[in-house]
Design a protein around this ligand. Structure first.
Ligand code: ADP
Ligand code: MG
Length: 341
């Protein structure tokens, strides 16, 4: 069995954003780090770029230590070991968003997915394909309807054999936190890439909007480098796809890390990747995972019901790109393009 983790948009971002600016915009600082199981880059522009980068790195490492299911000392590991507990400010915020998103997505996003992730071996890399009976037994414990959460006290009580995994929203939450960190510094702009998750703050050094390349999910199978390019400002652009993390069994079957809570198997929709564009990083991260599970039609319905608090770029497995109407003028692609209205 083998696993591949794509280095995502690091190179792409460098190509699209690496231009010189004027005056205080020229003051640039950059950090590359590995955290939350992925490669990250933080780039800040402005007089306090160095300080902002330092604080951003500290914040990323703090949240990684808190939220990593692979780290036995993390708060999430303690919650899972104890079957719940009193949540701190960060896990409380994550839990509350996870619960509202569980409802909004009719259960496609379910933070109690952890026992299934473990069964497939994703947290450790010790992969195996479970038999149907074992899978059904473990899946029976997955469901936010089985836990008890008190928002007044922040107390979480999990049902027996339940566990939580914030992996589907941790990076989006982190990007929102970094936005708060950056606000305290004199910056003209910043760009953060947390794996496939990109956050654009303020202005690009030349004063023009950022240009954000979206990775082609078919890149490794003869596709293009980029699915397309989005011009945007002050948003998170977060992508989920089966190509991000997967393993292959002896028969050549591919199993990826976004699971459908309804079946317990890797999500098997008509989508190859989902990109969500939103002011809220945590919403974008959650919805990219959920819409990947839901498939094109249900994702489009969710967008229609949402009152356009977010936008999306969907790539179907047959190589067609669908974008929501508001992105029509700011997204370009060489693939066949359809508009969701
Ligand atoms: P990535 O972390 O690769 O950017 P995602 O944001 O789509 O991709 O998150 C995938 C992660 O979300 C998985 O590794 C797992 O921790 C968690 N997860 C998988 N399936 C679900 C699901 N249906 N609901 C909530 N979380 C999920
Ligand atoms: Mg996600």
């Amino acid at each position: 069995m083998r696993t591949i983790r794509w280095m995502s948009l690091l190179l792409v971002l460098t190509l699209l954003t690496g231009c010189a600016g004027q005056g205080k915009r020229e003051q640039k600082a950059e950090r590359e780090l590995f955290a939350m199981d992925t490669y990250m880059t933080v780039t800040c522009y402005g007089p306090q770029a160095e300080d902002a980068c330092d604080v951003a790195e500290t914040e990323i490492r703090r949240l990684d230590a808190l939220l990593s299911v692979g780290n036995p000392d993390s708060e999430v590991s303690a919650i899972n070991a104890a079957g719940g507990g009193e949540l701190t400010a960060d896990t409380k915020a994550l839990m509350e968003t996870a619960l509202s998103m569980w409802q909004a997505t009719s259960g496609a996003f379910d933070v109690t997915i952890y026992p299934l992730m473990t069964l497939w071996g994703f947290p450790t890399g010790d992969y195996s394909v479970p038999d149907g009976e074992t899978l059904a037994a473990v899946r029976a414990h997955v469901g936010c309807d089985q836990l008890v959460y008190d928002p007044q006290t922040g107390t979480l009580t999990l049902a027996p054999d339940q566990g939580v995994d914030f992996g589907g929203i941790a990076k989006g939450y982190t990007s929102d936190r970094l936005g708060e960190v950056f606000a305290a510094y004199d910056l003209t702009g910043a760009i953060v890439s947390l794996g496939g998750n990109v956050c654009l703050y303020g202005e690009k050094p030349d004063g023009k909007p950022w240009r954000c390349g979206i990775q082609d999910p078919f890149a490794a199978d003869g596709g293009r480098t980029l699915l397309g390019v989005l011009t945007a400002e002050d948003v998170s652009v977060i992508t989920s796809g089966a190509y991000e993390r997967f393993f292959t069994d002896e028969q050549g079957n591919v199993y990826h890390h976004i699971l459908d809570p309804a079946t317990g198997y890797p999500a098997d929709s008509d989508l190859a990747s989902v990109t969500i564009v939103s002011k809220s990083g945590i919403e974008a991260d959650c919805l990219s995972t959920a819409c990947y599970v839901m498939g094109r039609e249900r994702a489009a319905d969710l967008w229609r019901q949402s009152g356009a608090s977010f936008d999306m770029i969907l790539m179907t497995r047959d190589g067609t790109v669908y974008v929501t109407e508001p992105l029509r003028g700011s997204f370009t692609t060489d693939y066949p393009l359809r508009i969701i209205q």
